[in-house]
Write a protein that binds this ligand. Structure first.
Ligand SMILES: [Zn+2]
Length: 116
């Protein structure tokens, strides 16, 4: 369970739709480990304490669970949604992984251009 490989549960913020790697101020719920944009989730908590993660943001097809049952059941509290030290490290790792993929793509398209 403590593997460093992707303990990131949601790849996009459910409220902004942004990839977690592009959040201005990523924060994570202590209760359910979901990640959000801080400014937006703090606004959300003022009107509702439900975690905004729903089935659509989770990889339901891999788990064979109906997506409706994947709605996060946790309650949110402003003081329990924090930027923990590990979160930034994990997001940085995710960014590096994405960059690697991107590099390969650029490299491949470059090689094609040279071919022409
Ligand atoms: Zn949640």
């Amino acid at each position: 369970m403590t593997s460093t490989q992707s303990s990131i549960l949601n790849m996009t913020c459910p409220l902004t739709g942004k990839p977690v790697t592009e959040l201005e101020e990523p924060v994570r719920s202590v209760e359910c480990k979901h990640i959000y944009e801080k400014r937006i989730i703090m606004q959300h908590i003022k009107s509702s304490n439900r975690c905004p993660i729903s089935g659509g943001s989770l990889t339901s097809d891999k788990l064979h669970i109906p997506s409706a049952s994947l709605r996060c059941p946790k309650k949110l509290r402003a003081d329990r949604v924090v930027q923990d030290a590990l979160l930034l490290i994990e997001i940085e790792e995710l960014r590096k992984m994405n960059k690697k993929k991107l590099k390969w793509k650029t490299l491949l398209s470059l090689m094609k251009t040279i071919d022409d």
